[in-house]
Structure formats: C-alpha cells, structure tokens
Write a protein that binds this ligand. Structure first.
Ligand code: PMP
Length: 396
C-alpha cells in the first residue's frame, strides 16, 4: 500500500514496538542492537525507568502552561546548566534547528544592542549541519540539503574547515559570529582539533565576534564530557543543545552568557511549547543520570573500548574500513565500500547504524551501553565487513 506520509525519509521496512536500554524489538519479535538512534534521541537508552517515571509523574500534574507564567521545572533545569557550564542564562525550545535559530538571533541582537545592527553575518564551516529550517539550512555547509529550496537566506558565509586564512578573509565589518560543531556529525564525524577550537576563540575575541557552539549532536555526555568543547578548555558565548538533552523527548536549549544575551528582552523571542513542564521534567531526569557519579567516565571508557576494537577491525578489513575516528561514544567508520549499503548489511546482522557524509557510518549508541553491547556490536560489524570482503574477493 502507498504510504500516507510525505516520502521525505528513506524508511527501512522495519517498525519497532518496544525498546529496552540499547536494544529495540521489532514487530516480529526480533531484537536489534541500536547503535544509531543514540545520538538522535536516546542518550539514556530506550524506556529508561527514571525518565519514564519523571514523564508520567509530570503528565499527571500539568503538561503545559504559557510562558507568561513561572515554570519551576524549567527554572531548575536552567539553573543546573548554569551551574555545570559557562552559561548564565538558558532558553528552552523543541529541537536542534530551533536552538540554532535562537543562537543566531541572540548573536544578532547582541550587536544590535551594542549599536551595530549592521553586524548580522554568521561565518560557518563547509560540511557543517545546523538544521532544516531555512536559516539553519543557509548556515549549513552541505549544498545537497538546500537544492530546490532557494533563494538561500542571506547572512551566512561558509569557509573550509581548518582554513584560517579563508576564515580571516571571510570576516568583515558585518560579521556577527562564528558558528561551529566541535565534531561534525552529519558531515561524517569530523573532529575539529582542540587547538583549532582555541584558535577560533582567539579569532572571535580579536574581531569582537561571538562564538556559537552547535553541540546538538556532541553535547549531553556524548563524548565523555557534558559538552564536547570542554575538551579544548575554551568556552563559547552561545551554545545550542538538543537530541540527548531530552532522552528522546523533543527538547532543545540555547545556553548563553549574560553578555551575549544582552539584547534579549521580554518579547524578543519565544516558542509555544518551548520549556513546557513535560519536557523540563524529562530534561531534569536526563541530567540526574548524566551528572551522576561516574557516568561520564563510563561514556569515555566504553567509547575507548569501542574505538580500540574498531581499530582492530579496520586492520582486519582494510579493504572495507579505511579509518576510525571520533570521541567518546560518537565514532565514525570511514568506509571503502558504499556507506548506505554497509548500513543495510549491519541491519541485516541486527545492528542499527546511521550513514553520514564523507562515506561514513556513525556508531552512536545510547550512553548507557554496556561493554558486552559494545563487543556484540563489533562482532556484528565484523560479520558485515566480512560479507563485503567476500563480495570484493569474488569480484577480483
Ligand atoms: N545541529 C546539529 C549538529 C545536528 O546534528 C542536527 C540534527 N542532525 C541539528 C542541528 C538539527 O536538529 P533537529 O533535527 O532537532 O532540528
């Protein structure tokens, strides 16, 4: 039967009815190890009891109140981010793109409030992904997402990642901010070296620009720190977070210093569902787990184990796997065979992974993943890679 849904996703013929930890159960009862949805939604795995309890408890009290009233759970979540990060104020919304839209608006208002409304342009990086709204598409550095949606929203200038000469050339009197993912996710798990992040901070300071860190994919523990930029020792002025922050519930955040947010006053920006009590209850429950003793160490250690085992796999299948890269539980396999085909083979071995740019598949399991889950995933990848070796061998 033809689907009633807009065909804008290449959906696999597979529906899941239940989840538990890093595992999903399909309609036919088959179990799949979920090393894909982790980054998108389930930092804490499927049906985490603490999140289920927080959501259902809040659902029995109040789901939504207008942002014209106090929302204590939101105040609490904001306070916790202020205590744990560089930020001094938080704005909550419902997605990554919306968090980036807020970040862009905060940066422009900062300059407008300082008497420089002409400073509106944002420099971003080739290969970057910042969302699917029209402004965040224009901010992104991958042409394929924009085709047919023109005209491109004005105000964004892309430069090649790591090219500081091109960056200096792109900065002009109208530039307001730089916006960067510390590890490009959709771009293929491309890690920006911490030294480059430090240099970007210095560039911003020298030109009076704000630094916006898009941590939608890298944040909330994914790399073994609450936010990935912490590895570099620098702090941004504005940060966007989403995905893992809601453990699968729609929730985004724009975190700022008070100085960066100096232009934002009552009425400047808003979102009907942003910061609603349900989302805030879930966000607080997520932080309870992420910030609990030893949790980030668990992410770093399990990530290291995954990376080491994958390096051994690369050595065993050099004609299939070219490179292993990433930080913590955000790992990319750069392939010598088509990544979409490899992802299908992995799925046939009941392991879910997500293709990304630059012919990469991403391994982004829930952060609660166990060592035995990691070992199982690597065994399944081994089987998928061996299948490609056999095909290659037959073709030669
Ligand atoms: N920024 C980054 C770095 C992302 O990876 C994504 C989603 N892939 C987004 C923004 C957009 O997030 P959302 O789909 O929640 O709008």
């Amino acid at each position: 039967m033809t689907s009633a849904l807009l065909p804008n996703y290449a959906r696999a013929p597979l529906a899941f009815v239940r989840g538990e930890g890093a595992w999903l159960v399909a309609e036919d009862g088959e179990r799949y190890l979920d090393f894909g949805a982790g980054v998108a939604v389930n930092a804490l795995g499927h049906a985490h009891p603490h999140l289920v309890a927080a959501l259902t408890e809040q659902a029995g009290k109040v789901w939504h109140v207008s942002n014209l009233y106090q929302i204590p759970e939101g105040e609490r979540l904001g306070r916790r981010f202020v205590e744990a990060t560089f930020a001094e104020v938080a704005f909550f919304c419902n997605s990554g793109a919306e968090a980036n839209e807020a970040a862009i608006k905060v940066a422009r208002k900062y300059h407008a409030a300082g008497g420089h409304p002409e400073r509106y342009r944002i420099v971003t990086f080739e290969g970057a992904f910042h969302g699917r709204t029209l402004a965040t598409l224009a901010a992104g550095g991958q042409q394929k997402y924009i085709v047919g949606f023109g005209p491109k929203v004005d105000g964004f200038d892309q430069v090649p990642t790591g090219d500081f000469e091109a960056l200096e050339a792109a900065i002009g009197p109208e530039t307001a901010a730089l916006m960067i993912e510390p590890i490009q996710g959709e771009g293929g798990v491309r890690v920006i070296p911490p030294a480059d992040l430090r240099r970007l901070r210095e560039t911003c300071d020298r030109h009076g620009l704000l630094l916006i860190m898009d941590e939608v994919q890298t944040g909330i523990g994914r790399t073994g720190k609450l936010f990935a930029h912490e590895w570099s020792g620098i702090a941004p002025d504005i940060l966007s977070a989403a995905k893992g922050i809601g453990g699968g519930f729609p929730l985004g955040a724009c975190l700022c210093t008070r100085e960066a947010a100096r232009g934002m006053i009552a009425g400047s920006h808003g979102s009907t569902f942003g910061g609603n009590p349900l989302a805030m209850a879930v966000g607080n429950a997520v932080l309870d787990v992420i910030l609990s003793d030893g949790f980030l160490e668990h992410v770093a250690q399990t990530g290291l184990r995954l990376k080491q085992k994958l390096a051994a796999l690369r050595d065993r299948h050099p004609r299939v796997i070219e490179d292993v890269r990433g930080e913590g539980l955000m790992i990319g396999l750069k392939l010598a065979v088509p990544n979409t085909e490899f992802a299908v083979s992995a799925r046939e071995a009941h392991l879910l992974v997500i293709p990304a740019g630059d012919n990469v598949v991403r391994l982004i399991p829930p952060l609660i993943v166990t060592e035995s889950d990691v070992d199982e995933a690597v065994r399944r990848l081994d089987a998928a890679a061996a299948g490609f070796e056999a095909l290659r061998g037959a073709a030669e």
